[in-house]
Design a binder for this molecule. Structure first.
Ligand code: GDP
Ligand code: IMO
Ligand code: MG
Length: 424
């Protein structure tokens, strides 16, 4: 089987974690390549619930290697908490988990800055996860960041940290009228983290190159979704990394030629957490009903997710920018009790019809979605495992999505558990 990339096609939380866990058995390496602690990937295995922020969702497969690539912004505290959480469930990751020495480290001042910047934005806040993502990527791009490899040389780290904290303190004190950070406190905490993280740190570029040379099969795990991509999403209401498939190569250090298959994950409807345009958002009782039935509350922050109808215009955009080969539709079961289901096929603004996803968020904010209405199936599908047993209208809904988006659906997910998946 070819190396495969799994990405979200919406604004995140499409069910990537569940799908990665299911697919992982057919691969040797599962690699994360962008994002950081903002991700929350949920796996439900029997009575156990796992939520991974940094650790790849293949980690429950004992015989697989999991890699956290250079494109990740790495919060060592969060990482160690995740490892501890796994250890408490008797899952030992030593020898299976590798962290790139080139990944950038998230510090407390990144998180503080994230929150202060949001506060200052007031009504135009992005609604970030507060995990320091934007400020850490900013430091990376402005070439002031500290990489994990640098944490392994404590004298060098001390000097660089001191300088960075002094610079950030000027911003905290002068611009935000806030308290300065103590570089000594951060240094002490991060020396302890460095010690514990050290056994996992490695040259993952070399690791990946050797794996490719040995014909190992790689599963690339995307975080967020294409509509949160910093270039192609609803900018500035995006995250700070390339969450579409373009991020794989730069975020893990393999050639684009090594990505052979791209699977796009989409919910059967749409959700978004945080601010920003959402043309098909459904307010009121109906939106609330989907939120409750779908358990649409953030895996990272617990915030209620905004809910709405399937947006084929947005999905077509996501499919195009990543060259998606096939779709997996998740949470079809959540629509079980809808009598009529809407699919957005265009946006209308000032009598102009948009059939492609515009860069201008003013259009997205103020357009009227054009809907195609399809009949629901009004029966419980969560126990269906064979496509032949799916109600006719459920199949029709999937076929309509395929037709409009122009990509085949290969699997349908009908519940959070591993077993709740249908191949078609
Ligand atoms: P991710 O960030 O893309 O991995 O998605 P999240 O884990 O943040 O959110 C997806 C949520 O939906 C989680 O609570 C999953 O357990 C749950 N889930 C995944 N697939 C399905 C499905 O097909 N049906 C239902 N009802 N829940 C699902
Ligand atoms: P997974 O991998 C859903 C959203 C935040 C906010 C915006 C910017 O679980 O699908 P950031 O903290 O990245 O600066 O926030 O992006 N966001 C997500 N929404 N799922 C995610 O990850 C997200 N990661 C970030 O809510 O709107
Ligand atoms: Mg999530």
């Amino acid at each position: 089987m070819a190396n495969t990339c799994v990405i979200g096609l919406q604004w995140g939380d499409e069910g990537k974690g569940k799908i990665i866990d299911i697919l992982a058995k057919d691969y040797d390496i599962i690699a994360r390549y962008q994002g950081g602690g903002n991700a929350g990937h949920t796996l439900i295995i029997g009575d156990e619930k796992f939520i991974f922020h940094l650790i790849p969702s293949g980690i429950l497969h004992k015989d697989k290697k999991c890699v956290i690539g250079n494109g990740i912004v790495f919060d060592p505290k969060l990482f160690l908490e995740e490892i501890e959480g796994l250890a408490n469930k008797n899952i030992n990751v030593a020898g299976n988990l590798f962290v790139s020495d080139r990944a950038h480290v998230v510090f407390p001042y990144h998180k503080k800055l994230d929150l202060l910047q949001e506060k200052q934005k007031g009504n135009s806040m992005i609604g970030t996860t507060g995990r320091g993502i934007g400020p850490c990527y900013t430091d990376k791009i402005s070439r002031e960041g500290i990489r994990i490899g640098e944490l392994m040389d404590l004298e060098h780290f001390k000097e660089k940290l001191k300088k960075n904290v002094e610079e950030k303190n000027r911003v905290f004190v002068n611009l935000y009228k806030d308290e300065p950070d103590s570089w000594e406190d951060i240094y002490e905490a991060y020396c302890a983290y460095a010690d514990k993280v050290a056994p996992f740190v490695s040259d993952t570029v070399d690791l990946m190159a050797r794996a490719i040379n040995d014909n190992k099969k790689i599963l690339f795990e995307g975080a967020q979704g294409a509509l949160l991509d910093v270039d192609f999403g609803t900018y500035p209401f995006t995250t700070s990394s390339n969450s579409a498939a373009g991020g794989v190569s730069s975020g893990i250090g393999v050639s684009p030629k090594q990505i052979h298959n791209i699977i796009g994950i989409t919910k059967a409807y749409t959700t978004r957490v945080g601010s920003g345009p959402f043309p098909t958002e459904v307010d009121g009782e109906q939106g609330e009903h989907i939120r409750k039935k779908g358990g649409e509350f953030g895996s990272t922050t617990g915030r209620p997710r905004r809910c709405g109808w399937f947006d084929a215009v947005a999905i077509q955009h996501s499919v195009r920018i990543s060259g998606v080969d096939s779709l997996i539709v998740t949470k079809l079961d959540v629509l079980d009790d809808q009598e009529t289901i809407s699919i957005c096929t265009g946006y209308k603004k000032n009598s102009k019809l948009y059939s492609t996803f515009p860069a201008d968020i003013d259009v997205l904010n103020n357009c009227e979605p054009v809907y195609k209405e399809v009949p629901g199936w009004c029966e419980d599908i969560s126990n269906v495992r064979d496509v032949k047993n799916l109600p006719e209208n459920a199949i029709k809904y999937i076929r309509t999505i395929e037709e409009i988006v122009g990509v085949k659906v290969e699997k349908i997910s009908v519940g959070p558990e591993r077993s709740q998946i249908i191949s078609i």
